[in-house]
Design a protein around this ligand. Structure first.
Ligand code: SAM
Length: 379
């Protein structure tokens, strides 16, 4: 194996087995962390595999034929995911986002969606269930996902130009297939569809206006295009600040073509700053994770494919919830209240704010530990 390979599955990321208190009481739904942040969203990575090799996420040189993805037995089963999701919901989670890797590569994903759609908040409300996908399999699967209970979908699309798109996904995948996936999602009623474009200066920034124009002309307000600043997640994408195009530049380029005005955020913790076209052509969003950190509102937890809980996209360490799901105390399985209590303690101890501190830190955070890769915990 070359130097650029990261270690095998069981050594993948440091994780601690969570502390389970001796006296576990049931969740109250009112958790907050050390910075007063509630727990509202849970992102669930259902696979670490992807059929794309975008250089900013899973570069081919690292994730090649000899890269060892997690074995099937490491993955949480649908029952395990649903059990944990239920406990997170009891703690206040209202929104679930399935991600990966490419979530549509996980077999029978609609069965999991059906199970999650059966969960209810403590107030008896259904959850907001959504999914982030590269769109490659969406045309085939959109209707089944909708029928299973999926409400919305976010599709990643980094260019309208076929040559640039194929170069960015690095597996020669045609843009037309993703566009057909978006149409299928709209037909199935998975609206509003969001499109996420990661902007890399010098790679696809010339696509900002053409993609916006295409969305306005072909889809209209039913599709919201969002521009994401290229982030320093993981340790394998060779991130450089000079390849980040600040969201402010995106907005000024767009408004030169289509005048924009700001829109008030609908909910606290919304990652995207919203803008609307003055002519009524719909909305766009910008996600400024590099130039405008939003840690103070971050209410998201992330569950990795193998059941580790991460409290920040830029974390190096997780909390091994699978060890509790599959482990025992005094010869008996852990109860729901015990696992929920362990989750509660983890959230109450949370104080990270990586993006706010980024500017003050060296390229890698002080601990010297390798940051978790995005395909593993999900975007
Ligand atoms: N495969 C799915 C997809 O393509 O949407 C879900 C997983 S992907 C990791 C989730 C999102 O993270 C995508 O929109 C992707 O573009 C984004 N992403 C990955 N690496 C990124 C980076 N370095 N900076 C910004 N966004 C990134």
């Amino acid at each position: 194996m070359g130097d650029n390979h990261i270690p095998l599955a069981d050594l993948r990321y440091a994780a601690t087995v969570p502390h389970v208190p001796a006296l576990a009481s049931a969740p109250t739904g009112l958790l907050s962390d050390r910075r007063g942040r509630p727990l509202h969203d849970l992102r669930i990575s259902v696979t670490d595999r992807c059929n794309f090799r975008c250089s900013y996420c899973m570069p081919k040189e690292v994730f090649d034929g000899s890269y060892k993805f997690l074995p099937q037995t490491s993955l949480l089963s649908f029952e395990e995911i649903t059990r944990l999701a239920r406990l997170f919901v009891a703690h206040g989670v209202h929104k679930l986002r399935l991600t990966g890797g490419e979530p549509l590569l996980r077999k029978h994903l609609e069965v999991l969606i059906g199970m999650l759609a059966g969960l209810r908040t403590p107030e008896g409300e259904p959850l907001d269930i959504t999914l982030t996908t590269n769109g490659s399999l969406l045309e085939r699967k959109a209707q089944a996902l909708k029928d299973a209970g999926l409400q919305r979908v976010t599709v990643s699309l980094d260019a309208l130009d076929d040559t640039i798109f194929r170069r960015m996904n690095d597996v020669d995948f045609p843009v037309a297939d993703v566009l057909r996936g978006i149409e299928a999602a709209l037909r199935a009623g998975l609206a509003p569809v969001k499109i996420n474009m990661v902007v890399k200066r010098g790679t696809n920034d010339q696509e900002i206006v053409p993609l916006a124009r295409h969305v306005r002309e072909h889809f209209g307000p039913a599709v919201v295009l969002r521009f994401i600043e290229y982030m320093d997640v993981g340790a394998s994408n060779g991130w450089r600040m000079d390849e980040v195009l600040p969201s402010a530049d995106v907005v000024s380029r767009l408004s030169a073509a289509f005048p924009l005005q700001p829109v008030q955020a609908a909910t606290v913790g919304e990652t995207a700053e919203r803008w609307r076209y003055v002519d009524g052509g719909g909305e766009i969003g910008v996600i400024s994770s590099v130039t405008r950190a939003f840690c103070s509102d971050c209410n998201r937890a992330r569950l990795s494919t193998e059941g580790k809980l991460f409290l920040c996209l830029f974390a190096s360490r997780g909390h091994d919830l699978r060890a509790l799901l599959r482990g025992t105390r005094d010869g008996r399985p852990y109860t729901d209240d015990e696992i929920a209590a362990a989750i509660g303690l983890i959230w109450q101890g949370r104080e990270d704010r990586y993006s706010e501190l980024r500017g003050a830190m060296a390229a890698d955070p002080g601990s010297g530990e390798r940051r978790v890769e995005m395909h593993y915990i999900g975007g």
